[in-house]
Design a protein around this ligand. Sequence first.
Ligand code: ADP
Ligand code: MG
Length: 374
Amino acid sequence: MTFKELNISRSVMKALEEKKYALVTPIQQQAIPVGLTGRDILGIAQTGTGKTAAFAIPIIEQLAAVSIKGGSCPIRALILTPTRELAIQIDEAFTDYGKYTRLRHTVIYGGVPQNSQVRMLKSGVDILIATPGRLLDLIKQGFVHLQSVTHLVLDEADRMLDMGFIHDVRTLVPMLPKERQTMLFSATMPAGVEKISKTLLRNPKKVEVTPEASVVDTIEQNLFMVEKMNKIGLLLNVLDSQYGKSVLIFSRTKHGADKIAKTLNQHKIRCEAIHGNKSQNARQTALKDMKTGRIHIIVATDIAARGIDIANLGVVINYDIPEVAETYVHRIGRTGRAGNTGIAFSFCSKEEYGLLNDIQHLTGRKIPTLAVPA
Ligand code: ADP
Ligand code: MG
């Protein structure tokens, strides 16, 4: 998905283009449309998934849409973050994304003299990025007023709690208007974060991206919509088209893996099945045979495949759609490694539509469908 599809204003679009942001990350894809409506958000995603833009863009868009008349410029958005480094990074992100708006922002954090921070505050800012301690300090001294805040962000909430900022947050929140949008972002969701989210957020939309949700671009994904009974015929076809490459076929059950292997062998296609019922020895042999090129195809269950490493695996076939969406990402992630390209084929029957939807929701993309060969 591109930012254009999210109906971002022209000024922010221009800034993103300059940043060369071609695609929207999964957390952004989920959070930005919700954030733009002003609804509260509970966002869970690992570091490096683009959370800053996920809250910064909705804030910039909403604030830029309302122009404040007159000279005074009250703080309308407050971003709380645990460390000075994070605060500075977020401030830079607002500089970048809000480059072509008239919004003003500044950052305050402890451990440095407060003079220049106070000067910035006095000149008026729309958006304030702050670590909790310094913010409370400056509030006490009367340099910061929060009664006009309409947007609050708690960034890295789990770290904030780990670092003992919970008390500061509890002190700060009653100073804010009750009518506001609150967005809480965290990499993990321990009980403490769950608890604070309940007191801070009103009817939040939960948006979540597990680390496994990112599929690398070096893997070409393909989907076949196929009747269950036609899967074996399709498999023979796909194997034929991928002849000579190393292939890993996933089956949900041990029984299924054995059955596939047996059928392939009947068709004079050499392969071996590995699953929990096989001895460690048999599994090692299968892997060795793959390495030496005696076989090119292994049929495996998810558990058996865990931890095994097949160098130069070219093709992953999901004979069954996995029950848990993350498993899909694990499975296809076995190919396309170390700069090599990989290709994945998923066989989806009517009964598996729901599981397929979960996967596409998790990865944030639709898997392109191929026509089943006649
Ligand atoms: P997080 O807060 O989840 O750790 P950041 O918001 O700091 O992640 O973003 C991590 C990096 O990814 C930053 O360098 C940022 O500029 C970049 N980034 C964010 N969104 C995108 C995007 N849509 N396309 C390309 N790069 C992006
Ligand atoms: Mg961050």
